[in-house]
Design a protein around this ligand. Sequence first.
Ligand code: ATP
Length: 714
Amino acid sequence: MARRTRQPRSATSWRDVAHRNRTNSRRGPTAGTVALTAVRGYGRWVARSPDTRGLANALAVLYPLGEIGHQTGADPLMLGAFAPPAALAAWVGTHKKHASHRYSATVAATAAAIPAWLATAAQLGIVNLRTLLAYTISASVTWSAYTWSDVLKQRRAWAREQLKWDELATAAGLEGSRLVGMDDTRLGVRFRVDVRATNKRASQLAGNGKGLAEDIAAQIGLPAERVRITTDDKHAGIIRVLVQMTDPWEGPVLHPAMPAHPDRATVPASREQIAAARRSIKGTPLVVGMDPDTGTDMTVTLFDHEGGHHAFIVAPTGSGKTTLYNNLIEQATTCTDVLVWGIDLGKGTIGRFWGPALDASAGIGEEKKALAILRWARTVVEERSKDSGGKNHIPSPEEPVILVFVDELDTLTGMHSPIAYEAKEHVEQIWRRGRSAGVELLTASQRGVQQYTGSKDPNANADYRIVLRMKRASEMGNAIEDWEGAGMPNMATYARGVKGVALVVDGENTWTAGRVRDLSDLNAVEDLAKRRGAPVATLEPAIAAKLPGYADRHRTPAHTGSRTGGGTGGHTPGHDDPGPTAARPASGGDGFGVDPGDHDAVDRLAGELVAEVEARLRDMPEPPEQGIPLADLVKANQSIKVPDDAARTILDLLTERGPDGARRDELVTALDKPESTVKKWLAAMRSHDLITRHGSTKAARYYLPDHHPDNHTQ
Ligand SMILES: Nc1ncnc2c1ncn2[C@@H]1O[C@H](COP(=O)(O)OP(=O)(O)OP(=O)(O)O)[C@@H](O)[C@H]1O
C-alpha cells in the first residue's frame, strides 16, 4: 500500500499570522505603510482621470529629467533631432483614430516638446529661473490645450451620458448593460446598448410590449409607444433603444400637390412644367410617405435592375388605401415609360378620379372590362416573354411598364366575386410571371386571407407588402407572417388615433413605418389628373393588336352620356395638356367617343353602326310561318340537357344572391359561355322549376323559387 507522504507542517500557522496582524494593528501604522497607502491612493486618483492628471504628472516628472542630459553632457542637437519624428508619429496615430485636427496637433506638439525640452535642458540646465518659468508656462499651455481638446470634451460628455444611461437602465431593471453608441434622431435619441452582461438575450428585450420599452418610457415620463426596442442586425448582443422625445404625429404629412404644402409651387402646373417633370420608372422610388423618426421618405420602388416588383396591400375600410393609391398613381402617371390600368369594381374611385391620366380602367359593374384588362395583362406578359425568353424587360415609352392597380381585390378574386373563377387564374399568372415582363400588379384587399385574395400567391410573389391601420392585431399575421419576430410595429396599435399610417416591407424584409402623404382630397386629385393628361407611353403596336377591345377602350358607351362613371369610358383629355390623347382613335372626351371638332365623325359612326347591325342580323334564322305552342316550347326546353357544372354554378350564384337574384348577363359572366347557350340552359332550368325569373326585359332577374319576389310580396 502506498504510503501517504505527509507535508511538513509550516513553522508558522495561520493562527500565528492572525496574531501578528492583530498585534501590528494595535501598534499603529508604520511610516512605510503610510507612504505605500498614500502612493496607492495617489495612483488611484490619477487612474480615475488618466488623460488630464496623468499628463500633469508626466509634465512634472519631465522637468527634473532634463537635468540628466545637462549633467551627462548629452548633445542637445542630437536630442532635439527626435522632435520631428515624434510629432509625426503622434499625428498619424491619433488622427487616424479620432479624425480631429485640433487634438492631433496638441498631441503632436506634446510629443515633439519632450525631446525639445530634453535638448534645451541639456544645453541650459534646469536650475535657473528663466528655464523654470519657460517650462512652467509651456507645460500649462500644453496641459490646457490637451484637456480642452474636442476629443477629451467629447469623452467627458460621453461619460456623463453613460452615467445617465446607467441610471435609466438600473431603474428599468437592465443592470450591467453598457451604452456603446448614441445618436440624435429627428425626434429624440437612439441608444445602442450592449446587453451581454445582463444575462438576457437581445431578442428577449427587443419588441414592443416586452416590458423594457414600457419601463424606460415610464422612467422618462413618455407614452409607452414612444420608446421602441429592436435588435441590432450586426451584433446579437446589442439592442437599439429609440426614444421619441417629441410627438412624431404632431403635424400632418402633406403631399406637395396640396394647397397647404409649402413646396406647392414646385409641383408642375403648366403643360411645359408637366412635360419637364416627367421621368422614367427605372430605379425611381415612388415616395408614399414619411418615417417620422428620421424624417426620411417611405418609398416603394416598382421597377429597378431586378425587374418589376409587385405590391400587396392590406387595408381595412377607412384605413387610407385610396390615399395611398393616390400617392402611387400620382407618381406613376408622371413616368414616361409607364401605363397605368386600374380595376376598382367596388367604388370605381381609381377610374373616376384618375381617368384622364390612365390608359384603361374598369369601375362599378364593369366586370367584363376588368376581365378584359386582366387578359390584356396576361397577353402582354406572354408576348414579351416569348420575345425575351424571360429576360428582364427594359421599359421605354414605346415598351412601357404596365402597372395594374386593383382596389378591393375581393370583388375580383374573393369568394363572392361572380368572376373569381376566371379573374383568379389571370391574377395568379400575373403574380407569377409579370415581374420580368414589366407587368406589375398592385392589389389592395381588406384582409390578407384567402377568402379575400383568392389565393396565397400575393404573399409569396409580391415583393412589397404594405399594411395600413389594422382593426385587430391578429390580422397582422395574415399580411406579414413574421412581423413580430422582425420587430415590425403592430399596425393595430401603432400611433393610435393617427390617420394614414402605413408599414412598408420590401422584398428583403426591410421595413419602414410612418405616415402616408395626405392626398385624400379627391377634388384636388381630379384636378391633378386633368392637368396631367393622358400618358406619354404607348403599348407596342404588335402586342396592342392582339388585345381584344384594347383599341376601343376609351370609347364612351352611348348610354352613360357622361365622362365620369369610373369605367374605361372615364377617359378625359387634360384641359391644358391634351397630350397624346388627341392622337388616339375617338379617345375619351365628352360625347360618344367622337371628336367634336370632326364634322364627318357622326356620319362615319352612323355608317359603322348600320354595318355592324347588318352583320349581326345576317346569320339570323328566318321567323317561322306559324308560332310554336307554349306547351311544345316547355317540352323542348325540358329536353335540353344542362351540364352539371353549369347547373351548379347557376344554383350556387342564385343561392348566394338570395332575394337579390342575378341578371342574365351576370350568369353569362359566371358561366363564361355564349349568351345564347346560357339562355337555353336558363329556360331549361325554369321549365324544370329549378329557378324562376322576374321581369321579361334585359333587366329581368333570376332567383331560386324560394326567393322569387312574388313569394315575398304576398
Ligand atoms: N395620409 C393621410 N393623412 C391624413 N389623413 C388621411 C390620410 N389617409 C387617410 N386619411 C383620412 O382618412 C380618410 C379615409 O381615407 P381613404 O379614403 O384613403 O381611406 P380608404 O381606406 O380608401 O376608405 P374606404 O375603405 O372607405 O374606401 C380620408 O378622408 C382622410 O380624412
